[in-house]
Design a protein around this ligand. Structure first.
Ligand code: SAT
Ligand code: MN
Length: 598
């Protein structure tokens, strides 16, 4: 392993920035990560020695580990997430705002000496294929080796990134600390963190990220939501492209024709499952480009092209099984980091909905013997697996292509038990933007707080947009307006989560979702019949393939005028939140919806 030294880095700005951080955080040691396997092996061995990692049974899970977090550090914390723009208006009504002149001194106080007794790791990483015009480079400083080994899966990381960065390319500075300095005699807990002082600050103008106090997921792997969504959404606004909370999949029909679809759903609503679904219709095939984040911009041919800025999945474990997602199950057979899953006595992981009964003597995510009678789950509901995307059996051949893939359709969806039918198509780009703006969904365990509460989550970006949401809507209208209408992706809205009066799901979901994608594919090709309804185009009964399925088609595509008038009323109220920033086009779309309903 080649030892990289801060003082030998060729990038002057990077060197100076690191010197300042070393002065501020006072780490005992500094390690610039090269991303090599040797480095990773050593860090994993250190994590095992520290009690953070348990090495899993290599016959079941080669090169894999389980980490269990502090019970106070298990999810994203939206109340502690801040956009520090100059004015509150720039951050908009959906973000927490702090004045930079208040946040900066607060951060200086928190970070002062915060890495005492620890190693400062320097992680150069690329969001997007190395050297792609669409990629962005970040450098994360962290005192968590758990973060380093996760970042090595989730991003392209290490020496090659420094080579691309060269002496003068720009990088996005990301500073992270678990916020638990150690005195010389103190024993380090297995999951150091500081829940009382946790704060995640984003500076859109200087494009900086500072995260303190949490070691979990999106709070700590700063390339993901912080850079690839909150900061990238601001860069995309300034440069004319889109940074979205979307999966990207390729779909191939029986004739061998292929299209790419991007789809936005809130966290823990099945993006990973949809991105790699195993089709229930023979001869239809799905391949995966990404399962969480999508950057889209105009390509040379005037269409929208997309890359997945990540290189791994940070997927929700509970509910992942051979039935719901056999490809994810195969992907996580090796080189995977599990967090907050339960542990079997023979050294494999277990979670609710894994398809197998809990074995005796299960250890729960808190580290104690699990009592099946307790009513508590053995795995935390937001337990995760971190797995290289390349290990997914159906990873798309173009997933790492620096040019990305051309997008034919965009889907929006949320978790709605009523009102919204299984699938419908927008009348055009502006109406599609309106549909994105109207996404509502029941909250999940991906963020701290109440689960199952219906809330507006426009474009599934509510916790991830780095500026005023009203301006973000306008940006969507502008991006679409700049492209030729016939080259624009078609926009759809879908809802897998409809329930009947007894609370049973109306739609089987998972592999059967291919039927929805099939109709979308055919609509993109100018086939696939549809009929106009007040809310958009619905599939005609003949055009929607329910062969061999026992479902209530009528209920799945029912548009209840009363419910929709109520929905429109609620939207009118919601849209007021955006004040003068609400694009007139969207107010007009709402007006038109009302007119069509009455
Ligand atoms: O932000 S995380 O990556 O921790 C989880 C999520 O919201 O998808
Ligand atoms: Mn997500």
């Amino acid at each position: 392993m080649q030892v990289l030294d801060v003082e030998h880095l060729v990038h002057l700005e990077l060197r100076n920035w690191l010197r300042e951080l070393i002065d501020l955080c006072h780490p005992d040691r500094v390690h610039v990560c090269d991303g090599s396997k040797q480095e990773n092996d050593r860090l994993c061995a250190d994590l095992v020695a520290a009690g953070t990692f348990i090495k899993l049974n290599p016959y079941e899970r080669l090169g894999s580990y389980l980490a269990c977090s502090n019970p106070k550090d298990v999810a994203r914390i939206e109340e502690r997430t801040f956009i520090c723009s100059e004015t509150e208006e720039e951050a908009g009504p959906t973000n927490n705002w702090r004045k930079p002149s208040e946040m900066r001194p607060h951060l200086r106080r928190l970070f002062n000496g915060c890495m005492r007794g620890r190693t400062m790791y320097v992680i150069p990483f690329s969001m997007g294929p190395l050297g792609s015009k669409m990629s962005l480079i970040g450098v994360q400083v962290t005192d968590s080796p758990y973060v380093v080994v996760n970042m090595r899966i989730m991003t392209r990381m290490g020496k090659e990134v420094l080579d691309v960065l060269g002496g003068d390319l720009e990088f996005i500075p990301c500073v992270h600390s678990v916020g638990k300095p150690l005195t010389p005699k103190e024993k380090d807990p297995p999951w150091p963190c500081n829940p009382e002082e946790t704060v995640l600050a984003h500076f859109p103008k200087s494009r900086e990220i500072w995260s303190y106090g949490s070691g979990y997921g999106g709070n700590a792997l700063l390339g993901k939501k912080c850079l690839a969504l909150r900061i990238a959404s601001v860069i995309g606004r300034d440069q004319g492209w889109l940074a979205e909370h979307m999966l990207i999949l390729g779909i191939t029909n029986p004739e061998g024709e292929k299209r790419y679809i991007a789809a936005a759903f809130p966290s823990a609503c099945g993006k990973t499952n949809l991105a790699m679904l195993t089709s229930s219709l023979p001869d239809w095939k799905i391949e995966t480009v990404g399962d969480d984040i999508c950057w889209m911009r105009e390509g040379e041919d005037g269409r929208l092209w997309a890359i997945n800025p990540e290189s791994g999945m940070f997927g929700v474990a509970p509910g992942t099984s051979m039935t719901s997602n056999p490809n994810a199950v195969a992907a996580m057979k090796k080189n995977t980091i599990f967090t907050n899953c339960a542990l079997e006595p023979l050294g494999d992981v277990w979670w609710e909905g894994c398809g197998e009964d809990p074995p005796p003597l299960l250890r729960d995510w808190r580290g104690g013997r699990w009592d099946p009678q307790s009513g508590e789950p053995a795995a935390h509901p937001n337990a995760r697996f971190t797995t290289p995307l390349a290990q997914c059996p159906v990873v798309d051949p173009a997933w790492n292509d620096p040019n990305g893939v051309p997008i034919s359709a965009i889907l929006f969806g949320g978790r709605r038990s009523s009102t919204v039918p299984l699938v419908f198509q927008s009348f055009g780009w502006d109406h599609g933007t309106f549909l994105g703006a109207t996404v509502s969904s029941e909250t999940t365990a991906a963020a701290a707080g109440v689960v199952g509460k219906l809330r507006h989550d426009p474009f599934a970006m509510l916790p991830f947009c780095g500026y005023h949401m009203g301006d973000y809507f306008q940006h969507w209208l502008d991006v679409g307006g700049a492209l030729q209408a016939e080259k624009l992706p078609k926009i759809f809205y879908c809802n897998w989560f409809l329930k009947d009066a007894s609370g049973n799901f109306l739609w089987p979901g998972y592999g059967e979702n291919i039927r929805v994608l099939k109709w979308i594919f055919e609509r993109c090709d100018g086939r696939g019949a549809a009929e106009e309804s007040p809310i958009g185009f619905l599939p005609t009964p003949e055009a929607f393939d329910v062969s061999d399925l026992e479902v209530n088609v009528k209920a799945l595509f029912h548009v209840d005028r009363q419910q929709w008038l109520q929905e429109a009323q609620d939207l009118e109220y919601y849209f007021k939140l955006f004040g003068a920033h609400l694009p007139k086009t969207l107010a007009d779309e709402l007006h038109n919806l009302r007119r069509r309903l009455s």
